[in-house]
Design a protein around this ligand. Structure first.
Ligand code: MTE
Ligand code: MO
Length: 514
C-alpha cells in the first residue's frame, strides 16, 4: 500500500489519527441527531442498550457505588472505551490501511445496531450512527494519507508535513465544533427550559390539606419533611434526559377502553387539578437507604379520566409508556380505588424538573416507582397482567409491588462518635397508603422505646420521629422499627430489594466517647 511517494506513518500518529477520526464521527453524529430531532447520538444509544442489558448485580453495584452519578460514570466509560478502540484502530490502520478503515466503519455499525435495539426505536435512529461510520472511515483514510505524504521538510526530519498538521488540526477543530453545535441544535429543537418557564401552573381545584401543628420536627439532622426537588432522588434508565416540551407532548389513552382519548397539554391543563403531599420510594432502596422523598404534587386525577375512557372490566393492568420507551404497569384497581393517583405536572410548586419527568408523569401513592411513576409519560394502555410484561417485570421484578413499611435513622450517623448524655435519635418512617402509627427505637437489643412522631398529615406520607437517648460511653447498636396504620409491625425479615423491595430493621453502630 505504501507507494514510492509515501512514507510509513508511525504508531503514535496512527493513534492520533484514530482519535481525531472518532471525535469527528461523534461530533457529526451529534449534529445529525440534532437535525433529525432524536436523542440517538452513538454514545447515547450504545449506553442505553448497555443499560437494557446490564445484569442486576452490576446495576446494584453501580447504584451503590456511584449513586446518581451512575450515568456519568457509564458515559465516561463509553467515551474512554471508544477512545482506546479508536487509537488501536488508528495504529492498525498504519500497517493494514483497509482493515483499519473497515474497523472504524464497523464501530459506527455497532452503534446503529444498538440504536435499533432500543425500545421505541425508529428506523431513522440509525442515521447518526451510519453517518458516524462513514465519517470515521473517511476521516481516518484522509488523515492517514495526509500523514504519509512525503514533503521536502518531512524528508529531512521526522516532523509531520504542513498538510498533515493542517488536516489533523482542522478535523479536530471540526469535531469539537460539530459536537457543540449538535448539542445546541438538540436544545433549540426542543427547548425544555423555555417550555418549563412558560408553563403557568393552574390553581388546584382540590388543594393539599394545610399542615397541622407539629407536622415537621425541628430535630437537627432529621430529613426535611419536604424534599427539595433538586435533592429528590432520581432513578431511571434515561442516559440523556428526554427533551419533551409541552408543545410536543401528547397523551393517548387506549387499549381495553370504550372510547380512546387523545389529549395535548392544553387539554390536560383544562382539567381540574388535585394537589397532594406524597412520599415516593424506589424498590431499589436498601434498608436505611435514601431512594425516598416527599413532595407536593399537582396534577390531573387519573380515575375520572379513565372513567371517561370507559375501562373494560377485563383490564387489570394500566401500562404507561414514556417518550423513551420505558414501560411501567400499575394495577387498575389501585388507580381506581380513590387514592390520589394522578398525572402530575408539578412538584413542590414548580413544573416538574426535566429529570423528574417534565412535562407529565404518573404518581400513584403506595406503589414503588417502577410500578407506578412513569416519567415523560406519553401513552396509557388499559391492558392485562397476563397479556403484557413491562420493562422491569421482563427482568424478573414482581408485577405488583406495594411499598413496604420502613423506618430510617437519620441522626446520629452510622459509625459516628458522640458525647455521652442526652442524644436525639431521629429519622423518618413510611408505609404509604397505610400510614405510620408508631415508631420504636432500642439500644443494644434492649426494650423498645416509643419515639415521638410528627403529626400525621395523610397516610401517603412519611412521618418524622425522634427519641431521646441517654447515651453512656461505649459502642452501641441502635435499631428502629415502625408500625403501619393497620397495626402491622415492620418485619425484621431481611430481604434484598429484588424482586419486590427490601425489608428488615435498620441497625446502626455509634460510639459514645467517655
Ligand atoms: N420513563 C421512566 N420513568 C420512570 C423510570 C424510568 O426509568 N423511566 N423509573 C421509575 C422508577 S424505578 C422510579 S423509583 C421513579 C423515580 O422517580 P424520580 O426519579 O422522579 O424520583 O420513576 C419511575 N419512572
Ligand atoms: Mo425505582
Amino acid at each position: 500500500m505504501v507507494g514510492s511517494d509515501q512514507r510509513p506513518v508511525g504508531p503514535i500518529r496512527g493513534a492520533l489519527a484514530g482519535l481525531v477520526a472518532a471525535g469527528l464521527a461523534l461530533g457529526v453524529a451529534e449534529l445529525v441527531a440534532g437535525a433529525i430531532g432524536r436523542s440517538v447520538a452513538p454514545a447515547i444509544v450504545v449506553g442505553g442498550a448497555a443499560i437494557d442489558r446490564t445484569p442486576r448485580w452490576l446495576k446494584e453495584f453501580a447504584i451503590e457505588h456511584f449513586g446518581e452519578n451512575d450515568k456519568k460514570v457509564l458515559l465516561t466509560g463509553i467515551f474512554v472505551t471508544v477512545a482506546l478502540i479508536a487509537a488501536v484502530v488508528g495504529v492498525v490502520a498504519t500497517r493494514y490501511r483497509r482493515l483499519g478503515i473497515a474497523g472504524a466503519a464497523l464501530l459506527g455499525l455497532v452503534a446503529a445496531g444498538a440504536a435499533l435495539s432500543r425500545p421505541q426505536s425508529r428506523l431513522i435512529d440509525v442515521i447518526p450512527s451510519l453517518v458516524a461510520a462513514a465519517v470515521a472511515a473517511g476521516a481516518l483514510a484522509a488523515l492517514l494519507s495526509a500523514l504519509s505524504v512525503r514533503t521536502s521538510t518531512a524528508e529531512r526530519s521526522s516532523a509531520p508535513g504542513r498538510r498533515a498538521v493542517l488536516v489533523t488540526s482542522g478535523l479536530a477543530v471540526a469535531a469539537g465544533i460539530s459536537g457543540v453545535a449538535g448539542r445546541q441544535l438538540q436544545n433549540l429543537r426542543a427547548d425544555v427550559g423555555a417550555s418549563r418557564r412558560a408553563l403557568k401552573l393552574p390553581a388546584p381545584a382540590k388543594p393539599a390539606a394545610a399542615l397541622p401543628e407539629g407536622a415537621m420536627l425541628k430535630t437537627p439532622g432529621v430529613s426535611s419533611f419536604y424534599t427539595k426537588s433538586a435533592d429528590f432522588y432520581r432513578v431511571d434508565t434515561a442516559l440523556s434526559v428526554p427533551r419533551l416540551t409541552t408543545d410536543d407532548w401528547k397523551l393517548r389513552i387506549h387499549g381495553l377502553v370504550g372510547r380512546e382519548i387523545r389529549m395535548d397539554f392544553d387539554d390536560l391543563l383544562a382539567r381540574p387539578m388535585i394537589e397532594r403531599d406524597i412520599t415516593m420510594t424506589c424498590v431499589s432502596n436498601e434498608v436505611g437507604g435514601n431512594l425516598v422523598g416527599t413532595a407536593r404534587w399537582l396534577g390531573v386525577e387519573l380515575a375520572p379520566l379513565l372513567r371517561e375512557a370507559g375501562v373494560n372490566p377485563k383490564s387489570d393492568q394500566l401500562v404507561g409508556t414514556s417518550i423513551d420507551g420505558m414501560t411501567i404497569g400499575t394495577p387498575v384497581s389501585a388507580v381506581m380505588d380513590g387514592r390520589a393517583a394522578m398525572l402530575a405536572i408539578a412538584m413542590n410548586g414548580e413544573p416538574l424538573l426535566p429529570e423528574h419527568g417534565f412535562p407529565c408523569r404518573m404518581i400513584v401513592p403506595g406503589l414503588y416507582g417502577y410500578v407506578s411513576a412513569t416519567k415523560w409519560l406519553v401513552d396509557l394502555e388499559l391492558s392485562r397482567f397476563d397479556a403484557f410484561d413491562p420493562y422491569w417485570v421482563r427482568r424478573g421484578w414482581d408485577q405488583q409491588a406495594n411499598i413496604k413499611t420502613a423506618s430510617r435513622i437519620d441522626t446520629p450517623r452510622p459509625l459516628s462518635r458522640t458525647k455521652p448524655g442526652r442524644i436525639a435519635v431521629a429519622g423518618v418512617a413510611w408505609a404509604q397508603h397505610r400510614g405510620i402509627s408508631k415508631v420504636e427505637v432500642r439500644a443494644d437489643g434492649g426494650a423498645w422505646n416509643e419515639a415521638r412522631l410528627s403529626s400525621s398529615v395523610n397516610n401517603d406520607l412519611w412521618r418524622q420521629w425522634v427519641w431521646e437517648w441517654d447515651a453512656a460511653p461505649g459502642s452501641h447498636t441502635l435499631q428502629v422499627r415502625a408500625t403501619d396504620g393497620q397495626g402491622e409491625v415492620q418485619t425484621d425479615d431481611r430481604a434484598e430489594p429484588f424482586p419486590n423491595g427490601s425489608s428488615g430493621w435498620q441497625s446502626i453502630v455509634v460510639t459514645v466517647a467517655s
